[in-house]
Write a protein that binds this ligand. Structure first.
Ligand code: ADP
Ligand code: MG
Length: 695
């Protein structure tokens, strides 16, 4: 009998994997041995040697071994267990903020341990927070690692050591019995001189000493290239297959009734830019066809996407079809409701609203109007596609995604929306220009239209880079601007990892600014406020009742206050450029000269300086997006993390950009000539996600 292939061996056959652990693994998409092998580390640690305490400096990642001298619970702002470790050369504190009584007991004075962690400056000098550690009977009982130690993506309750142990078992299974199956056509492997698949997998889990510790290293090793190629290919195949299926489907052919459209255009206080006209023509051609439109509408902040979306909606409505317009947040959906309401109500169009908060009678009424066809345009959040929402004649879906929806969510939505016999057309709008390489991957299923010019009469924002040591001067500038009747934003960026702490920081800043600027009315908006509260604050800001608005990065989306002409962004070095660009796009919406101050924390790294200079020197979103990808700071493991668009296990859009054109060609070849490997490849790399079951 031949061995079953690795994707047929359940993880429960491995030592130590019982039902409880199996559940944890399932949570991160691991069901069988192949899944384990393709669960790849995102970084490595060097535990091949033991460091001496006297040589440690802040920021070092070190492996230590020594004797526990004492262990004490300390009370302070946060309760913690402090454990002093001694080796021949000195002492250091290990600190645990989460610990059990049993753990305290096991770390008794006199106990020998080996531990690994990052040295930082703590209460008692150098400390290591939550080191990974092993109790040792004596120092020779456990050899040090012979290869780099992988660190895996994981979930709560599944410790690295556990995960590592199980994956190592899978690796030895792979070496002793069947190899992982290589699906790629030989011609492709040969042409690209790709590594052998089994070797590549092994290399990535157990790189030898001296291999780079991080994926972002510029030196791509060949094992990495092998797997990155296959991963990118699987993603692209998945999206292209979606597209091919969609192209076979029927959509309503929409021949617009021009009267309604020209009435609308005449009602606008401006004429469309050439770019707006061109993109609408592209959309219109799609709508006139018989298969569903799948189009991405890209345009910089303020380029006027909303009007194009409105024309698209009218086009469908004029043909007797319903339109659903979905936004990622309530605040943004509300903004659309205001705009579309103003534009469409005079045209006699019924505009509806549905969010998760629409309850009771108004919900029932809205659902009724949808089913009987009275409601022609429905605006809202995710709630638009809940199961009990039934459209009479849905012809078009517009998704204003602003990067809040991942690729998989988008596809899942389309699946739901297209459950009927006729498939609606789809327009996806994104506010952040996307680098070409990223668009090629993340939107491989969509055609693309770009609004590449801004409406006339805008004055580009002037941007200055200022050190936080000059905070006082910046505050004086706010005083002056507000004195002249202008309004300002003060943006607090992510200082702490947690949302709660970030909001706290914004509250503290608000108080301080309030004290320093007693004559100015200061408001606050942050992510933990209820949508109603947020909207109330925004309304006040719009009316000018609030002059200075302190905000966390939540204002990124959906805010239009033309009178706001000054924005201070604290710690801009912590944000992606695309995000900074988005934030800055909130000012410069009127005719007065606007200013953006990037108030950075010293010292600023070299890359940090370069990144902020890009912001100072350009207001072109597409240029900024390309630079953002190119200049990612260290620690940004995936180029896509900042956009939230796609996440890969091993591929890296910036690093692997040269592979993308090859991936594109290979995917077409495979779809045509090797249909049989499409499914296995997708399932290997996207696994359960492929089914997009949970939106
Ligand atoms: P975005 O692309 O960021 O969604 P909007 O659609 O919100 O941009 O448009 C930004 C502002 O520009 C709005 O106030 C809108 O009314 C205005 N606008 C849109 N198109 C034009 C145009 N062709 N001429 C002048 N102003 C325009
Ligand atoms: Mg917009």
């Amino acid at each position: 009998m031949t061995d079953p292939s690795l994707d047929k061996i359940p993880i429960t056959q491995l030592k130590g994997v019982g039902p409880a652990l199996e559940k944890k693994f399932n949570q991160i998409g691991i069901y069988n041995v192949q899944d384990l092998l393709f669960h790849l580390p995102f970084r490595y640690e060097d535990r091949t040697r033991v460091h001496q305490i006297e040589n440690i400096e802040v920021g070092d990642h070190v492996q230590l071994q020594g004797e526990v001298l004492s262990n004490n619970i300390q009370f302070g702002r946060r309760r913690s267990l402090q454990c002093i470790l001694q080796d021949k050369t000195g002492f250091i504190s290990l600190r645990f903020f989460h610990f059990s009584a049993a753990q305290k007991k096991s770390l008794a004075p006199g106990q020998l341990i080996r531990c690994y962690g990052e040295a930082r400056r703590g209460r008692s000098g150098l400390e290591i927070y939550h080191p990974e550690y092993k109790i040792m009977p004596d120092f020779n009982s456990i050899p040090v690692a012979e290869s780099l130690t992988p660190v895996y993506p994981t979930t709560e309750g599944l410790q690295q050591a556990r995960l590592r142990n199980v994956i190592y078992q899978a690796l030895s299974l792979m070496e002793h019995s069947p190899a992982v199956q290589d699906y790629l056509p030989t011609a492709i492997v040969k042409n690209l001189a790709l590594d052998n698949l089994t070797d590549a997998v092994k290399f990535l889990h157990k790189p030898p000493i001296g291999a780079p510790l991080s994926w972002t290293s510029s030196e791509t090793n060949s094992g990495q290239k092998r797997l990155a190629f296959e991963e990118l290919l699987a993603h692209r195949l998945c999206m292209r297959r979606f597209r091919n299926v969609s192209d076979e489907q029927k959509a309503p052919m929409l021949k617009a009734e021009d009267g309604l459209l020209s009435t609308f255009l005449k009602s606008l206080p401006f004429t469309l830019t050439n770019a707006q006209q061109k993109t609408y023509r592209e959309i219109s051609d799609d709508l006139n066809g018989t298969c569903p439109m799948l189009r991405l509408l890209q345009g910089d902040v303020g380029s006027g996407k909303t009007v194009v979306a409105a024309l698209t909606a009218l086009h469908a409505i004029s043909c007797g079809y319903q339109v659903a317009l979905m936004a990622p947040t309530e605040i943004l959906a509300e903004q659309h409701l205001t705009n579309f309401g103003q534009w469409f109500t005079p045209l006699g169009i019924n505009v509806g609203w549905l969010s998760g908060k629409t309850k009771g009678a108004s919900r029932t009424q809205q659902l009724l109007e949808l089913t009987n066809g009275e409601c022609q345009l429905l605006i809202g959040t995710h709630a638009l596609f809940q199961d009990e929402v039934i459209y009479k004649k849905l012809g078009l879906i517009i998704i204003d995604e602003q990067h809040r929806f991942g690729v998989h969510q988008r596809l899942a939505l389309r699946d739901k929306a297209a459950a009927g016999a006729v498939n609606p057309h789809q327009l996806v709008m994104t506010a952040t220009p996307i680098p070409r390489t990223l668009a090629m991957s993340a939107y491989a299923d969509l055609d693309s239209s770009v609004i590449n010019e801004l409406p006339p009469g805008r004055t580009p924002v002037n941007t200055a880079i200022i050190s936080s040591t000059k905070r006082e001067e910046v505050i004086q500038r706010i005083k002056m601007a507000c004195g002249k009747g202008n309004q300002a934003y003060w943006v607090c960026t992510l200082i702490e990892e947690s949302d709660a702490l970030q909001c706290e920081a914004a509250e503290a800043t608000t108080e301080k600014l309030h004290r320093l600027l007693p004559l100015i009315s200061v408001g606050l908006i942050h992510g933990r406020m209820k949508p109603k509260e947020k909207m109330a604050v925004m309304a006040k800001f719009k009316l000018g009742e609030i002059q200075l608005l302190v905000a966390t990065t939540v204002i990124e989306v959906g805010v239009d206050v033309p009178n706001a002409s000054l924005m201070v962004i604290e710690n801009p070095e912590r944000l992606g450029l695309a995000q900074l660009h988005q934030l800055r796009g909130r000012i410069g919406r009127g005719s007065i000269q606007s200013h953006c101050i990037l108030l950075y924390q010293t010292p600023l790294s070299n890359v940090g300086k370069q990144r902020l200079s890009v912001m100072r020197d350009s207001t072109d979103g597409f240029y900024i997006a390309e630079k953002d990808l190119e200049l990612r700071g260290p620690g940004q493991v995936l180029g896509t993390q900042q956009t939230g668009l796609m996440s890969f296990r091993v591929a890296d859009i910036a690093r692997d950009a040269p592979l993308l054109d090859i991936v594109k060609d290979a995917s077409e070849t495979i779809l045509q000539n090797h249909e049989e490997i499409v499914e296995p490849l997708i399932s290997r790399w996207l696994g359960e996600r492929e089914h997009y079951a949970n939106v």
